[in-house]
Design a protein around this ligand. Structure first.
Ligand SMILES: [Zn+2]
Length: 496
């Protein structure tokens, strides 16, 4: 038995001005890892790719891993990057195999294709019409029919923050291996609900997504090979953005259809609960200060979420609105993680640790799709630390995977320690803070450019959480996003 195992992961924010060339899929090395280098990077990690490797090795199968390509979310993937990645995978399939196992995202948009995963799967299916294809997907998949039509079994993450990537890989992989062994015949049903859930209301510890995902697990306990509700990624102005569901049963298409329709109906009934209402920033800052004043001595920080500028949703990670409000309010004993500004890091490196300097921080990238110009902020402080920004995730999310913030510096303004980084990384893992010598549990305030994933590694430390509406392409304000291409009608853009 010979398997082709590969990864192609990118969540595309079509509003993001951050470019997505091939190098973004290959932090520090120029091209994404292939073959033995890819296996070494992912074996034993919490990824779906690692699950595929384990399943292949346990089954005594031969396997090739032509490429492992994953990039932080950003704007549409450059065509040559997509062709490089898809080309490597298709070349491996063309050499012949018994099955293909893919670790995909599900919300990739390229310069030429609104449905990057569908295009990849269509090409693989054309090369190998009878070969089973198992696909692990992110919960933020925007499902196109082409994806499902060309896959044999699909499974999506059931947690957000995504702490079950590995289990998802096991579900997708086992369905396909069972088919190869003649022990199962995966049959799949899928569909969409015309709704665009707000990301800030999608956490799987919160209702209504908690109950939707629980029902998926119940279906699996009742015999489904996999059941998935994809809450979708709304910062993508493409036809099929939004909520969808996929159910895979063992040779029972009617049951798959019934269960899939049940999941879609459950989600639709809860559509109002997926709507997020933004609070004015000034009110959020006042609330943070009230919470801090009432905080028990020694308790963890009040977390301020700058959720409109989360790099793991394609944000530039350099808008200064929320950090500026913190500085204006004179917050003390605070840290901010992080501002993406490689030029500022260079300036601080040139000045050296201990140097006092004033610089124009952040605001380097314009956001023409939402009519915003980048606005730097003049900040003065002392360079507290310089480092290479490398660390390995502790988990529970993406456990064991390597991260590279690039050249990194910490500027201490006296009130706020500002982490300034050279590569996009969302703060969801304590290892990121250890890498820059910060102890988040000892702070009074902690500003994070994050929406939901920060909960994975940090929520247990927080003594309060305040959602702060800043500026950026991850905004939850659908008026600002001004959708042009999403299929209409769709809730809540249209009264339904
Ligand atoms: Zn996701």
């Amino acid at each position: 038995m010979k398997l082709v195992i590969a990864q192609m992961k990118h969540e595309t924010n079509t509003y993001s001005p951050v470019p997505t060339p091939l190098a973004r899929f290959a932090t520090g090395t120029g091209v994404p890892p292939e073959g033995d280098a890819a296996i070494a990077a992912y074996r034993g990690t919490g990824s779906a790719l690692a699950a595929f490797i384990e399943l292949a090795e346990q089954a005594g199968a031969q396997y090739t891993l032509p490429i492992a390509a994953s990039a932080w979310p950003s704007g549409p993937v450059h065509d040559d990057a997509f062709e490089h990645i898809a080309g490597r995978i298709c070349a491996a399939v063309a050499e012949g195999c018994d099955a293909v196992l893919l670790d995909l995202h599900g919300a990739m948009v390229t310069q030429s294709f609104d449905d990057g995963e569908g295009e990849l799967l269509r090409r693989i299916r054309a090369l190998a019409p009878a070969v089973p294809i198992g696909v692990a997907l992110d919960m933020h998949t925007n499902l196109y029919d082409t994806m499902a039509e060309n896959a044999t079994a699909m499974a999506g993450y059931q947690t957000y923050p995504h702490i079950d990537m590995h289990e998802t890989g096991l579900r997708a992989g086992r369905a396909v291996l069972a088919q190869l062994a003649g022990k199962a015949r995966p049959t799949m049903a899928w569909g969409r609900s015309p709704m665009l859930p707000h990301v800030m209301r999608q956490g799987s510890d919160d209702s209504p997504n908690r109950e939707l995902q629980a029902r998926c697990r119940e279906m699996e306990a009742q015999g489904a090979l996999s059941a998935s509700v994809f809450v979708g990624f709304p910062n993508a102005d493409i036809r099929d953005a939004g909520l969808s569901a996929v159910v895979v049963t063992d040779n029972d298409p009617a049951l798959a259809r019934r269960w899939c329709d049940e999941l879609l109906a459950l989600a639709w009934a809860q559509r109002q609960a997926f709507v997020y209402t933004l609070q004015p920033l000034a009110a959020s800052m006042a609330r943070a200060q009230q919470l801090a004043a009432a905080r028990m001595p020694g308790a963890g920080p009040i977390v301020l979420l700058d959720h409109s500028d989360n790099c793991a949703s394609g944000g530039t990670m350099d808008t200064m609105t929320v950090l500026g409000a913190m500085l204006d309010a004179g917050l003390r004993d605070a840290a901010a993680f992080a501002i993406f500004d490689p030029a500022a890091v260079q300036q601080m490196a040139a000045a050296g640790v201990g140097a006092q300097l004033t610089l124009e921080l952040g605001g380097k990238l314009d956001m023409p799709s939402i009519g915003l110009k980048g606005q730097p902020r003049t900040v003065s402080g002392r360079v507290r630390l310089l480092c290479d920004g490398r660390f390995r995730n502790r988990g529970p999310m993406a456990r064991g995977e390597r991260n590279d913030m690039g050249p990194t510096a910490v500027l201490d303004t006296g009130g706020v320690q500002i982490v300034v980084i050279g590569n996009h990384v969302e703060p969801h893992d304590l290892a990121a803070f250890a890498a820059v010598g910060l102890e988040p549990d000892r702070l009074q305030y902690l500003m994070l450019k994050s929406r939901v994933h920060w909960r994975a590694g940090l929520r247990s430390l927080a003594s309060g959480v305040v959602e702060c509406a800043g500026t950026g392409v991850c905004t939850s304000d659908y008026d600002t996003l001004a959708f042009k291409h999403v299929r209409r009608p769709v809730y809540p853009l249209d009264a339904m």
